[in-house]
Design a protein around this ligand. Structure first.
Ligand code: NAP
Length: 273
């Protein structure tokens, strides 16, 4: 069994991004908007700021009061859209309940949408065109599969989860690479039977769901889930110890998809349109 080392690959990707940024005529500038005091969001934003600094991308974190109105936030995004110095805009989610997340995401210029969440970028991906940006987590997973030369074309891939940030774009990106994709969710019947068909299993649920004997021998398991167990330990969707006895490849938590997401985001943030 081979452990897919996302930490090691993320360092390689970040080094490549750094070298690219050094040779650009214009320094990319990422604006990160953080609304409110959510502790986890603050950590994520700080990690993004540090990663940007590491690769030579300028970053500005704009911290806004949790009570900011939706229209004020939309005005700020419009200003950033027309600011020629700003090349990427990222709004840290979740937003406070009084703000419509969809309106905010829609307001971001698709050419600065480093998360790849705007309807134009999502739509382009869905109809097989090239979006300006691919969403970071699925793009990082593809980088990991490619690094370990895991065949995607013709592979049977089962994805657990259908979120807009992982499951759905993951399915589209794998279809683009000629995989046969099954997307499962909380209404899926006979989940175990479907999991057994997978050459590649990608789990993005957020609870322990993939257990012993569920997977086909020598399959590749990508664990996207990340949460704390009852002992406060950071863990993923997959029972790693059991699974490592039968899987061919497995991504650990932590040290798998997480660092790849950040590296992939920096890859996006280095693109200047
Ligand atoms: P999400 O919005 O939390 O949704 C979870 C998905 O799992 C939903 O589609 C849900 O189905 C499905 N689900 C729930 N119970 C299920 C079951 N019993 N069988 C099959 N599917 C089931 O998803 P997310 O935002 O993609 O996050 C998923 C996990 O990945 C979380 O732990 C999150 O922290 C982690 N994550 C990690 C990274 C990273 O960089 N490492 C990035 C993003 C997310 P329904 O649609 O029917 O409700």
């Amino acid at each position: 069994m081979i452990v897919l080392d996302g930490k090691a690959l993320s360092i390689k990707v970040l080094d490549r991004v750094k070298a690219k940024v050094e040779n650009l005529s214009k320094t990319p500038h990422l604006a990160v908007i953080l609304v409110g005091d959510d502790a986890a969001s603050k950590i994520y934003v700080n990690n993004k700021r540090k990663a940007a600094e590491r690769v030579g991308i300028k970053s500005t974190v704009i911290e806004l009061d949790t009570l900011i109105s939706e229209s004020e936030l939309l005005t700020l995004i419009n200003e950033l859209n027309s600011d020629a110095d700003v090349t990427g805009i990222l709004v840290q989610l979740p937003l406070p309940k009084h703000i419509d997340k969809n309106k905010v995401v829609e307001a971001i210029s698709p050419k600065k949408d480093v998360d790849g969440f705007t309807p134009e970028n999502v739509g382009k991906l869905a109809i097989g065109l090239e979006p300006y940006f691919y969403p970071a987590t699925p793009q990082g997973i593809i980088m990991l599969l490619d690094e370990y030369k895991i065949p995607i074309e013709g592979a049977d891939v089962v994805i657990l989860g259908r979120s807009n940030i992982v499951g759905k774009p993951m399915a589209q990106m794998l279809l683009k690479r000629n995989a046969t994709v099954t997307t499962c969710h909380s209404y899926t019947k006979n989940l175990e039977d479907k999991i057994k068909t997978a050459d590649i299993l990608i789990s993005a649920v957020g609870k322990k769901i993939v257990r012993c004997k569920m997977v086909r021998n020598n399959s590749c398991i990508i664990d996207v889930g990340i949460f704390r167990d009852s002992n406060g330990k950071l863990t993923g969707d997959v029972d790693f110890d059991y699974m490592s006895q039968s899987a061919g490849y497995i991504s650990p938590v932590p040290g798998g998809v997480g660092p790849m997401t950040i590296a992939s985001l920096m890859y996006n943030a280095s693109k200047v349109y």
